[in-house]
Design a protein. Structure first.
Length: 138
């Protein structure tokens, strides 16, 4: 004869057909969690513009470089204003394309950062744009 102790009753209750809704509830909870987590990441990265650590570091580095360049543009413009060759360089700039103009600013030495040995291409480009806008206005 089969006796049902407390343990057998509990064990039997977990695995019989009447307790199936418990497993359905667990399955529903796990499925909901997985779907919710996936939706959170998809919405976060695609819509809310979340970034990974590497992307954030790259973004911060690019932002810092652009801010340093913008901070150095007035120094470059001032060097250009103090250069006695400025009228000749401006005449040459009128006949050249953008890439050649940037090289001209680099050759003139205006785009060399303080305490640097070689000119900076980004600074030369920003400086050239600023010089052209200043001298086209007036």
């Amino acid at each position: 004869m089969y006796s049902l102790s407390r343990w057998n009753v509990r064990r039997h209750a977990l695995f019989n057909k009447r307790s199936k809704p418990i497993f359905d509830q667990i399955l529903t909870a796990v499925t909901s969690f997985v779907i919710g987590a996936t939706a959170t990441f998809v919405v976060g990265f695609l819509v809310l513009d979340w970034r990974s650590k590497a992307e954030a570091e790259d973004f911060a580095l690019q932002f810092a470089k652009s801010e340093v360049t913008l901070a150095l543009v007035p120094i470059c413009v001032e060097r250009a204003r103090n250069d006695p060759e400025l009228p000749k360089v401006l005449d040459q700039m009128k006949t050249l394309r953008n890439t050649s103009r940037t090289k001209l600013v680099m050759q003139a030495g205006w785009a060399t950062q303080p305490h640097a040995s070689s000119p900076n291409l980004d600074l030369a480009s920003a400086c050239m744009d600023e010089i052209i806008s200043i001298y086209q206005r007036g």
